[in-house]
Design a protein around this ligand. Structure first.
Ligand SMILES: *[C@@H]1O[C@H](CO)[C@@H](O)[C@H](O)[C@H]1NC(C)=O
Ligand SMILES: *[C@@H]1O[C@H](CO)[C@@H](O)[C@H](O)[C@H]1NC(C)=O
Ligand SMILES: *[C@@H]1O[C@H](CO)[C@@H](O)[C@H](O)[C@H]1NC(C)=O
Ligand SMILES: *[C@@H]1O[C@H](CO)[C@@H](O)[C@H](O)[C@H]1NC(C)=O
Ligand SMILES: *[C@@H]1O[C@H](CO)[C@@H](O)[C@H](O)[C@H]1NC(C)=O
Ligand SMILES: *[C@@H]1O[C@H](CO)[C@@H](O)[C@H](O)[C@H]1NC(C)=O
Ligand SMILES: *[C@@H]1O[C@H](CO)[C@@H](O)[C@H](O)[C@H]1NC(C)=O
Ligand SMILES: *[C@@H]1O[C@H](CO)[C@@H](O)[C@H](O)[C@H]1NC(C)=O
Ligand SMILES: *[C@@H]1O[C@H](CO)[C@@H](O)[C@H](O)[C@H]1NC(C)=O
Ligand SMILES: *[C@@H]1O[C@H](CO)[C@@H](O)[C@H](O)[C@H]1NC(C)=O
Ligand SMILES: *[C@@H]1O[C@H](CO)[C@@H](O)[C@H](O)[C@H]1NC(C)=O
Ligand SMILES: *[C@@H]1O[C@H](CO)[C@@H](O)[C@H](O)[C@H]1NC(C)=O
Length: 662
């Protein structure tokens, strides 16, 4: 019996070994040319190729799983992986770079060269989309927030100061990337220039040409292309005749690809973003954003039949760690009322989940590739995905009130008026505040009965008001509380601070930046955060503030002192700490946040994600790579009221939190 089994296994292996690898097929005999789109089908090194690519963003997946996920892409029969490159993580402060050892909190996620090389080791080609703007439902579309601190700089235009910063960053990035191009023996076969520039409706071919020049000046020699939703914007974001145009869509493949061929005849056709599923904004119903496998499969089949190449976006679900989620909505630029932040999960309902499990869309993809792709190459086995574990509930015993942190915060910044985060003179090269919350404190206030606080304009994006350390806001309990005081939708909001007169009072305005827009018209990229307009008490402007940036950096989170027992009935913003033991082999888990209201969760110092009871996300994926053998520490910053226990979950939980009514 066992002999027979071995025999059968050997047969299979021998058969599979007969097929060339992807690289053997395309590069045996040497590399003479890169990717060409100058005929109605792609050629790589002179051989026909249908690019079947999967989107997988290295910065959204713990590096412990990079190889697992790349192998799952290859095992499905894909020959290419696509990734964006986020400028705001790689240059967190002006002139300060992190490509894997730069010391930022994201350091371990940022070794882009290692990722690209690993893709080659896993027999995949790479499509690289370095921006500078990447959209991607990522905070500010990947633009660094410190750009907003530069007066009059015009983002995503031919503005010389903006282009100077792009050129400096691209020089740093491309120094690492250029050796990894296909014609230099690496895996990168093509680069995208900008991203859906047509959606800005700021038709500016000179800007795109300036970017092309920066690519070429840095020895980027492979094929360059643009990508846009062509049925909406046509060639507004393209350079027809100069750069290959590609199409983004999730339905009507033939309508979209015909449009592509109208805009450029006789070139290779490619869907650069074929959306496999969708993402969630806060307050949305998760089920409304799911895409049935039948629809996914039929449109993918239409693309392959056309025939066209495709990048399945996303192939691998992933995570908007910490404060990195983007936001949507057209009215956002000058008017915050339409803000619609994305949630922490970027699962995307694609072929592979955030936790790495294969879905029915994975199988559908395998089936269609074997049916339509004629070049047969050797594929690896699909790696196993271990199940997640559920740790025991942990009683919450330790607490620090936010007011205690504010009181003891060293080096409070003095300022005559409130100012946005971006304009604080903190961090290297005065880059301003990069993440988190900002507190505006006013001391020695003498208040009349019924003193009225008024915040002019829109709050960016959520404000908690403390008077002598006590929370004045009411608890978030129902969806339409978001239309009331404290949230981004309300213009010129007011709240009564005190019924009784008070002398020598201390007022704190704690403002949470819930993310910047990642999408839209060119004038929607001026997005300051915090308070940008005047604050009044009883019609008098309040001057002379102390400003406290709460960035929640890893070193700071790990160094917090002053933990005490949870105080009874402590309503208001506070940090809660629990620890639990994890043993080897470390496994993924989820933090169940159904019983919490609003805030963030921190694991071993790293900000994992946001908590928002109005949903839809009610569990935060916690990959094994962020755990340690032995004791692990979770801190939750809660704005209103904490439950008694911290709980875990074996899987995602979608819906509203247990404290919220629809
Ligand atoms: C399309 O390209 C092919 C070969 O690359 C060429 O023979 C043909 O003339 C081209 N057709 C048009 C309309 O340009
Ligand atoms: C490449 O593809 C084109 C279009 O399908 C086909 O006409 C041509 O014969 C192919 N070349 C090779 C070498 O298979
Ligand atoms: C500040 O920016 C300059 C580039 O102008 C850079 O050389 C320097 O390393 C940056 N960082 C610090 C901490 O000064
Ligand atoms: C597909 O797109 C084409 C081009 O815009 C349009 O004419 C056609 O009606 C669309 N078909 C469907 C089913 O939406
Ligand atoms: C979400 O949508 C689904 C289907 O449309 C519906 O069954 C469910 O009740 C909705 N849930 C909420 C919380 O609105
Ligand atoms: C605003 O929030 C986003 C998302 O949390 C973050 O990435 C960005 O750096 C923040 N900007 C500032 C200036 O704090
Ligand atoms: C902000 O935008 C919303 C939606 O477009 C609009 O209803 C509101 O009037 C705008 N507010 C201001 C102050 O312009
Ligand atoms: C995918 O196919 C495999 C084997 O071919 C099967 O075991 C698995 O259940 C399928 N998965 C789904 C989600 O259909
Ligand atoms: C006013 O309050 C502060 C604390 O904010 C305290 O240190 C100070 O002694 C008080 N001054 C008076 C006159 O009560
Ligand atoms: C503030 O101004 C409004 C409108 O001018 C006025 O009705 C109100 O009485 C003023 N409040 C105080 C406390 O002066
Ligand atoms: C840690 O805390 C101590 C005092 O509590 C402080 O002196 C030190 O600067 C802190 N370190 C960091 C990295 O925040
Ligand atoms: C973790 O394990 C250590 C030793 O194995 C033990 O002393 C400690 O109490 C455990 N902590 C928790 C939170 O279970």
């Amino acid at each position: 019996m066992s002999k027979l089994l071995i025999f059968v296994t050997c047969l299979v292996v021998v058969f599979a070994d007969d097929l060339p690898t992807n690289y053997e097929y395309y590069t045996s005999g040497g590399i003479l040319t890169g990717l060409s789109a100058d005929q109605p089908y792609f050629q790589l090194n002179g051989k026909n190729i249908t690019i079947i690519s999967g989107a997988f963003h290295y910065f959204r997946v713990h590096p412990m799983y990079w190889r697992d996920r790349l192998r799952k892409i290859r095992a499905a029969g894909l020959n290419t992986v696509e990734t964006y490159v986020p400028w705001n993580l790689h240059e967190p402060y002006y002139g300060v770079y992190d490509f894997g050892s730069g010391g930022s909190d994201f350091e371990e996620f940022l070794d882009v060269a290692k990722f690209v090389k690993m893709a080659q080791e896993e027999d995949l080609f790479v499509l690289l989309r370095p921006g500078p703007y990447i959209c991607s439902e990522w905070e500010f579309g990947g633009l660094p927030s410190w750009l907003l601190g530069i007066p009059n700089l015009k983002l995503r235009t031919n503005d010389v100061v903006y282009l100077k910063h792009v050129a400096q960053y691209f020089h740093a990035l491309f120094t690492i990337i250029a050796p990894l191009q296909f014609t230099n023996g690496g895996p990168i076969i093509a680069f995208q220039v900008e991203n859906e520039y047509g959606n800005t409706w700021n038709h500016d071919p000179d800007y795109l040409r300036s970017l092309v020049q920066i690519f070429r000046n840095n020895d980027i020699n492979e094929l360059l292309y643009t990508s846009d939703p062509l049925l909406d914007v046509g060639d507004q974001g393209a350079l027809p005749g100069e750069l290959l145009i590609t199409a983004n869509f999730n339905k009507n493949a033939s309508g979209n690809l015909n449009k592509l061929n109208e805009l450029q005849s006789n070139k290779s056709s490619m869907a650069m973003e074929y959306w496999s599923g969708w993402f969630d904004h806060i307050t949305e119903n998760h089920t409304d954003n799911l895409v049935p496998v039948e629809r996914y499969k039929s449109v993918l089949e239409d693309i392959l039949k056309y025939p066209a190449s495709v990048n399945i976006y996303m192939f691998i679900g992933s995570t908007n760690w910490g404060f990195t989620n983007g936001a949507g909505d057209g009215t956002y630029g000058l008017n915050n009322s339409g803000l619609s932040p994305s949630v922490t999960s970027y699962d995307y309902d694609g072929p592979v989940t955030e936790q790495g499990q294969l879905t029915a869309k994975y199988n559908a993809t395998v089936e269609l590739i074997s049916k339509y792709v004629t070049v047969k190459t050797r594929l690896p086995e699909v790696p196993e995905t271990p199940e997640a574990v559920v740790y025991d509930d942990v009683k919450i015993q330790e607490q620090i009130l936010l007011s205690e942190i504010i009181d003891s915060f060293p080096n409070k910044i003095k300022s005559p008026s409130v100012m946005p985060m971006e304009q604080l003179s903190i961090n290297p090269n005065n880059s301003g505040q990069n993440f988190g919350y900002i507190v505006y404190r006013k001391t020695h206030l003498n208040l009349l009965p019924n003193a009225l606080l008024k915040i002019n304009g829109y709050v960016r994006d959520h404000v908690l008001v403390l008077l002598n350390g006590k929370l004045v806001n009411s608890m978030l309990t129902k969806l339409n509380d978001l239309d009331g005081f404290g949230y981004w939708r309300l213009l010129d909001s007011t709240i009564t601070l005190t019924k009784e007169p008070l002398i020598n009072a201390t007022l704190d305005l704690i403002v949470e930046n819930m993310s910047r827009n990642n999408f839209g018209l060119i004038n929607q990229f001026q997005q300051f955060k915090g308070l940008i307009d005047d604050v009044y008490i009883d019609n008098n402007t309040v001057y002379n503030w102390e400003i406290i940036p709460l960035e929640f950096k890893k070193s700071w989170n790990k160094n917090l002192t002053g933990w005490h027992n949870v105080k009874d009935s402590s309503f208001g913003p506070a940090l809660y700490r629990v620890s639990f033991n994890a043993s080897s082999p470390l496994r993924d888990t989820y933090i169940n946040v159904q019983d919490w209201n609003m805030g963030i969760a921190i694991i071993n110092g790293f900000v994992l994600g946001r908590i928002f009871s109005v949903g839809p996300q009610q569990a935060l994926y916690l990959p094994a790579g962020l755990l340690e053998e032995g004791v692990n520490e979770i801190i939750i910053f809660e704005h209103f009221m904490a439950p008694e226990y911290l709980k875990f979950s074996k899987e995602h939980i979608w819906g509203y939190g247990s404290n919220i009514q629809a």
